[in-house]
Structures are given as structure tokens and as C-alpha cells.
Ligand binder design. Structure first.
Ligand code: FAD
Ligand code: NAI
Length: 329
């Protein structure tokens, strides 16, 4: 039985890997040039930089086992840099016992490692699902047709998933659940000497939500460079601004945070339209099963974060296995 997985982020890859391991023929599709989704690090002239997911934690035993396997393969390691917080306009060390993990040399490394074993099409945006005799064909933006597939796992953000569902299989999806995030990296001419690796921004009136130093992570750009994530509200307000705006805004914000003048030699900005869950919006308990062999996976079905994205894909793989045994008994 052939199964298609649309979306090669961590949810899609965990689902595809699990299904392949138990003997299904799986084909993975992604619109981007490479796998990784929101865990993709950018390769720049300075080295790798993480614009999306910054690190991940592992609380669920199944995910912990997966993280152990990745560590054994050398594609994931602990991130041991000092954690700080910015509260009431004051930057201070905020040490804790939490284990934090990163992909090495890039955040997407564990996903690339897993995808090597999967049949995948990249630069292939799926724009339509066509039913034919209880099976599915996928149509790409280039007009190519792939199939037939008995099951299709849609592992992409809800607004994008909604556009693939026809009136016949429409389910209500929380299309505005994922909020935007502008991510800006500043490369400094001179090292600031600040030891912080990651900074949680606690002031709710701040335009920032998170700041980190790339060269606190193994495998990343070694010149001192800082990544700033702007808050969902500020990112939404300035959604269409250009790099010059973000460079200036980030430069001011970082100088204020580090309480020292900084000299920027390069700035890179990336806009995530669908970044993180709006905590205040009710997600409405996403089931995952649409029916007729269609399934939904992704971080947004389980409350966000890398770990939940992985678990969502794994869960759907188990549900498909169970669904198949029901059909064949
Ligand atoms: P995605 O990674 O979004 O994967 C979906 C894939 O589908 C993408 O590769 C996309 O190209 C593809 N796609 C979409 N539409 C189509 C289509 N029509 N056809 C084909 N392909 C399609 N989580 C943490 O745990 N820790 C963090 O520190 C953290 N920080 C974050 C910071 C930012 C700025 C962002 C954006 C996210 C962060 N997250 C963090 C969240 C984490 O990155 C996500 O929860 C997780 O990566 C989502 O994985 P996913 O597979 O569900 O979705
Ligand atoms: P975690 O346990 O490190 O952090 C969870 C939350 O606890 C943090 O957001 C922070 O507020 C707080 N916290 C943890 N350690 C702290 C410390 N030492 N000092 C002060 N506050 C501390 O990681 P978890 O639960 O895996 O969450 C992942 C992270 O990813 C979160 O920070 C979340 O906000 C972030 N994220 C960001 C997205 C974005 O678009 N910017 C999208 C999705 C997740």
C-alpha cells in the first residue's frame, strides 16, 4: 500500500519514517528546495544560522528515544550555552536544569539524515488532491500527477492544509492558529563579549520574544552573530517591511539588550508566516483523521513545538497502521 506524506518538516518525516519502517511504501513531498520546514537552518557566507526553531526539549519517552538515536548518529547534540532572561528591562543569567538539544551542524541535520532513507520530491508544491476509485492522486504546481495512494498525510500548517481540501472532505481548520515571526540575524564587527547563548524575553511590552547567539552552538557561524525573534504582534504589524527596516530595528533592540553600542557588518532577515501557536486561540482538539484515507499532522495539532510535531507524525503513522488492519481483517 502506497502512502503520500505532504510536508517534509519534522511531523511529515517522523510519520513517513515510522510507516516505512513497518513496511509501507511512502513518498514524501515538499515545496521547499530541501527538507526541514521550520527547523531549516540557512547556509550563509558566515556559516549555518538558525532562523526558525532554536532548540528542542524532549519530555515524552518515545521522543527521548528518538533523540538518543540522533545523538548516537552525531546529528543532534546538547546545547549547553548559558541561558539568560530579559525582565523589567534587565538582562540577567537564568540558569536551569532543562536539557536542550540542537541539530548539528544545522538544526535540520537529523531530518536530512532520516530523509536519506525516504523517497522524496522537493521543490514540489502539492496544489490538489484528486480522488479516484478510493485512492488519491496528488497534483503538483507544475501540473504533474503522482499516485495512486491509499492514504495521504497532510503535514503542513492549517492555512495551507485548508487549501488542499475540497468541499467534499472539508473539515474546520484553525487557519489563523499559527502566528507570524520575523527573524533577524546581525553579524557584529567586534565581539560583544556577552556570554548569553539564549535569552528569553519576559517583558510583555517588548517587541522581541527571543534572542540567541549563533556561535554558542556547535556547527554554526563562528563570527559573533545574534538572532532576534520579534513578537507575533510586532511581526504582524510590520509584516511587509523590508530588510533595511528590520536591520535598523534589530540593531537598536540588540544594543539596548546588551547595553553597549554594536557595529553591524551584515544583516539577514527571514519572515515566517506560520511560526508559532497563538496561545490565546482555542485549537479545538484536532483529531488527525479526516476520513477517506486523508490525515492531518503537524505541531499545530498538538500545541506547537518540535517534540509535539514529531509526536503528531508518529501518532498518525500508528493510526494508519491500525486503520489498515481494520480494512484487511
Ligand atoms: P513545518 O516544519 O512547517 O513543515 C511543513 C512543511 O510543509 C514545510 O517544509 C513546507 O515547505 C511544506 N509545505 C507546505 N505546504 C506544502 C504544499 N502545498 N506542498 C508541499 N509541501 C508543503 N519549536 C521548539 O520546540 N523550540 C523552538 O525553539 C522553536 N522556535 C521556533 C522559532 C520560529 C521562528 C519558528 C518558525 C518555529 C519555532 N519552533 C520551535 C516551532 C517548530 O519549529 C515547529 O513546531 C516544528 O518545526 C513544526 O514542524 P511541522 O513538521 O509540523 O511543520
Ligand atoms: P523550554 O522548557 O526551554 O521553555 C519553555 C518556556 O519556559 C520558555 O518559553 C520560557 O518562557 C520559559 N523558560 C524556560 N527556561 C527558562 C529560563 N532558564 N529562564 C527563564 N525562562 C525560562 O522549552 P520548550 O517547552 O521546549 O519550548 C520551546 C521554546 O520554543 C519556547 O521558548 C517557545 O516559546 C519557543 N517557540 C518559539 C516559536 C517562535 O515562533 N518564536 C514557535 C514555537 C516555539
Amino acid at each position: 500500500m502506497r502512502i503520500a506524506v505532504i510536508g517534509a518538516g519534522i511531523a511529515g518525516i517522523s510519520c513517513a519514517s515510522e510507516l516505512q519502517q513497518v513496511g509501507y511504501e511512502v513518498v514524501l513531498f515538499d515545496k521547499a528546495r530541501s527538507v526541514g520546514g521550520r527547523m531549516t537552518s540557512k547556509r550563509t557566507v558566515h556559516g549555518y544560522m538558525d532562523f526558525g526553531a532554536q532548540y528542542f526539549t524532549a519530555r515524552n519517552p518515545l521522543f527521548q528515544q528518538q533523540v538518543n538515536r540522533w545523538q548516537q548518529q552525531g546529528v543532534v547534540s546538547r546545547w549547553l550555552a548559558p541561558i539568560y532572561q530579559y525582565q523589567q528591562h534587565n538582562l540577567s543569567a537564568s540558569p536551569d536544569e532543562q536539557q536542550r538539544f540542537i541539530g548539528v551542524p544545522a538544526m535540520h541535520s537529523p531530518l536530512k539524515w532520516q530523509a536519506k532513507r525516504l523517497q522524496s520530491y522537493v521543490s514540489c508544491r502539492i496544489v490538489a488532491l484528486q480522488p479516484a476509485a478510493n485512492l488519491w492522486h496528488l497534483v503538483s504546481e507544475q501540473g504533474e500527477s503522482y499516485g495512486p495512494f491509499a492514504h495521504v498525510v497532510i503535514a503542513i500548517p492549517p492555512a495551507q492544509a485548508a487549501s488542499l481540501l475540497s468541499p467534499a472532505n472539508k473539515v474546520p481548520l484553525p487557519e489563523t492558529l499559527l502566528q507570524p515571526c520575523w527573524a533577524v540575524t546581525l553579524v557584529l564587527a567586534r565581539a560583544s563579549g556577552h556570554p548569553a547563548g539564549g535569552i528569553f524575553i519576559k517583558d510583555t511590552d517588548s517587541n522581541l520574544s527571543w534572542v540567541s547567539r549563533h556561535n554558542s552552538k556547535p556547527g554554526r557561524a563562528q563570527a559573533e552573530s545574534w538572532l532576534l525573534h520579534f513578537s507575533p504582534a510586532f511581526s504582524a504589524l510590520h509584516l511587509e517591511q523590508d530588510t533595511a527596516f528590520w536591520r535598523e530595528t534589530a540593531e537598536q533592540a540588540l544594543a539596548e539588550l546588551l547595553t553597549q553600542p554594536i557595529q553591524v557588518v551584515d544583516a539577514l532577515a527571514h519572515r515566517w508566516l506560520y511560526a508559532q501557536i497563538n496561545d490565546k486561540a482555542a485549537s479545538g482538539g484536532i483529531e488527525g483523521a479526516i476520513g477517506q484515507g486523508l490525515w492531518l499532522a503537524g505541531d499545530w495539532t498538538r500545541g506547537g513545538r518540535v517534540e509535539n510535531a514529531w509526536l503528531s507524525g508518529y501518532d498518525i503513522a500508528i493510526k494508519i497502521r491500525e486503520d489498515r488492519s481494520v480494512q484487511h481483517e
